[in-house]
Design a protein around this ligand. Structure first.
Ligand SMILES: Nc1ncnc2c1ncn2[C@@H]1O[C@H](COP(=O)(O)OP(=O)(O)OP(=O)(O)O)[C@@H](O)[C@H]1O
Ligand SMILES: [Mg+2]
Length: 363
């Protein structure tokens, strides 16, 4: 489907280290068809323990997770919106992604240069936000000029657009990100064609040292800031994750056990990215394969069917539906059916997280 999460941040904060760990972990993940699309784009499978639970019941030949793309974007510097550093090229790369993982350095280490020569994650976040907001302001001002002319000429759509754009300009002028301006879904639709950078959903990846998960004032500040914005923070040590990703499975398990962890921190980054993209998962559970599929939250059964094949949507009759918990509790389809937990859902059904679906269709 090509949904993408861009890894964004100041130079040298650990973006590529995180990206390498994410993509190597992808190679290591059993039977996942890893592919690198461009040197800086990698498809990463979404770790989901529910797949293994389903497999224990169904005993399929294959297990296929969902996946999405991470893009390693070059570091941004102050002035990028005016062409500094990689400038517009950098911004164009961000424009193409659907969500942003903003990597923030939350560790001290004099050997690793910080572009501002001090560790101050809030100031780092503001530097990035300012550049993105300035780039958006530029787009909004151009669009506003156009809308004003069209509105004068009596174009009704332009009158609506003008009002939304004026609100955006006022906010961006004060350095507020577009996503924090409380735009309605209709407002967003009006400015969709501008691909505003600060309208994209954001999560923070706080890059820490191995002992930096607790009592870390830098991390605390990022958490407070994110909470005020309603954003998520995933603390992770990119350096450790990269090391972990290079180990054999058995060694990795030992390493994690020694650190008292159940799974690599990367898994949290991947899951948070997946949720940030607005995705949810449903399953198909056949003996050939048990597979996770991704669909936007709020999708109806035919829309979910289209993810597998457009014919499934066109000829949709119904979806035999078992909630994930029921499938596990009654040990599979037959048990769930007997217990009366298999539902026949029609075209209007809104797919729920974890649903195990079997589509009936006719083409
Ligand atoms: N958690 C960490 N602990 C210690 N060192 C780290 C950590 N994360 C990253 N580093 C180190 O920081 C340096 C910069 O990392 P990296 O190259 O990933 O940054 P970057 O954000 O991709 O930079 P650029 O914007 O220049 O591409 C590397 O030497 C890396 O090993
Ligand atoms: Mg890099």
């Amino acid at each position: 489907m090509g949904i993408k999460c861009g890894i964004v941040g100041l130079p040298n904060v650990g973006k590529s280290t995180l990206f390498n760990a994410l993509t190597k972990a992808g190679i290591a993940a059993a039977n996942f068809p890893f592919c690198t699309i461009e040197p800086n784009t990698g498809v990463v499978p979404v770790p989901d323990p529910r797949l293994n639970q389903l497999a224990e019941i169904v005993k399929p030949q294959k297990l296929i997770p969902t996946s999405f793309e991470f893009v390693d974007i070059a570091g941004l510097v102050a002035g990028a919106s005016k062409g500094e550093g990689l400038g517009n090229k950098f911004l164009a790369h961000i424009r193409e992604v659907d969500a942003i993982a903003h990597v923030v350095r939350c560790f001290e280490n004099d050997d690793i240069v910080h572009v501002a020569n001090k560790i101050d994650p809030i100031s780092d976040i503001e530097t990035i936000d300012t550049e993105l907001a300035l780039a958006d302001l530029d787009s909004v001002e151009k669009a506003l000029n156009r809308a004003e002319k069209e509105a004068k000429a009596g174009n009704k759509d332009a009158i609506v657009r003008k009002e939304v754009l004026a609100r955006l300009r006022a906010g961006l002028n004060e350095g507020t990100c577009a996503r924090a301006l409380g735009l309605s879904a209709e407002d967003k639709a009006v400015v969709r064609d501008l691909f505003l950078l600060t309208l994209k959903p954001v999560m923070y990846v706080a890059n820490v040292l191995d002992d930096g998960f607790e009592n870390n004032p830098h991390l605390d500040k990022v958490r407070a800031r994110a909470q005020a914005e309603g954003a998520q923070v995933v603390p992770v040590s990119a350096a450790i994750e990269e090391e972990l990703s290079q180990l054999e499975d058995a060694d990795r398990a030992e390493f994690l056990a020694e650190m008292g962890l159940a799974e690599p921190g990367l898994n949290r980054v991947i899951r948070a990215g997946y949720a940030l993209l607005g995705m949810q998962t449903y399953f198909t559970a056949g003996v050939k394969e048990v597979r996770a599929w991704q669909v936007l939250k709020g999708a109806t059964a035919p829309q979910a069917a289209a993810v597998i094949h457009t014919d499934f949507e066109k000829g949709f009759i119904r979806a035999e539906t078992i909630a994930y918990d029921d499938f596990i509790k009654f040990k599979g389809e037959a048990g769930a059916r007997e217990a009366g937990r298999l539902r026949l859902e029609g075209k209007e059904y809104v797919v729920q997280e974890g649903d195990v679906l079997h589509f009936r269709f006719n083409v």
